[in-house]
Design a protein around this ligand. Sequence first.
Ligand code: HEM
Length: 395
Amino acid sequence: MTTPTELDLTDATAFVRHDAYAFWRDVREHRPVYWHEGDPGFWVVARHADVLSCYADVRSLSSARGTVLDVLLSGGDSAGGKMLAVTDRPRHRELRNLMLRAFSPRVLGAVEERVWERTSRLIRTVARQGEFDFAAEVAEHIPMNTICDLLSIPEADREKLLRWNKLALSSEDAESDRLDSLEARNEIIGYFMDLARHRRGDPGDDVISMIATAEAGGRPLTLEEAALNCYSLVLGGDESSRVSAICAVKTFAEHPAQWRALREGTAAVDTAVEEVLRWATPARHFARTATRDMLIGGRQVRAGDIVTLWNISANNDEEVFDQPRRFDPARSPNKHLSFGHGPHFCVGAFLGRAELRALLSALTESVAEIEVCGEPAPVYSNFLNGYASLPVAFR
Ligand code: HEM
């Protein structure tokens, strides 16, 4: 694999073809904040300290035009100002307070219990098989069901929602796929609008009823806002959790001594979860738009410029992590930025962590050795980091 000094960060294949970690090391050392040419170009922020302060500076760096580079380059996010992740203060705070009520300890406790049940059942089943695809047989079934549990989606609708979501996220290039994907996204929003309308009329003790009936900023959400914010939980929680689970299994298979340490209790499950999150860094970057002229790492950024924050680089910054390319499940402290930082810090972090905790605990109980027995298929994306398939055998 080559180590380029230039990498086209808009190219979905760049990260698979090149040694991106060596690239980022070079960037952190020689030009930690740089202008990436393009139409339009954008700023690239690579050091942990700069990424952290950009996440915190919500007054100068807006999320409302979109938070993913591709979306910003293609004109911005149509959910801006309506969906939590792509909304700025003061509306962001109102929406976030509302959404946080959905994540009460009582709701989360019940959801977490079901995550543990589902995960240990899946692991017990696959542990008896020979070779299998961990992505298809296990990882795919955990996050969507967790979100569906959170939202009390009827069992009968889940398969349909999973199918739409796969289509909506399809990263194929062909025009027909793009149309299918747009259609699937509309189906999901339409589905949540129907559900929100129904539960607004006949509210139950569930999160959609809460979102559909609660007020934010002195008025109830519109049905579209309610639907978009239900959908944002699917968008935020499905793929990122899936690739982290796949990364956990792949990484422990490649590090048998660390796997033994976890099984024998020399490394704790909680610190291992954090190290898996750092190692996986499911979202390579998040992005913002500058609302005023400002300095980032000594570089002059102008109002209107796109600023990209590279978690994948920050999570491997030697200034913060000793020997960052060493996978150390006992690493502590572990100030990774996989869940972001500041006012937009991931609202699903508790669930993301709970899913990994349940997975590692179930695996340590029934799997002595993990072997990767085929070539895993990478995800081609400059945003999502990870694998779409992982052929393995558990012993
Ligand atoms: C926000 C990562 C799981 C829902 C974020 C952000 C990151 C992130 C980096 C900050 C984005 C920004 O600053 O622009 C992850 C990772 C996960 C995960 C790595 C799993 C390992 C989840 C889950 C849910 C969720 C399970 C839902 C149940 C959200 C939402 C936001 C968010 C709604 C927007 C919060 C806001 O803007 O205030 N996530 N996430 N995420 N995440 Fe997660």
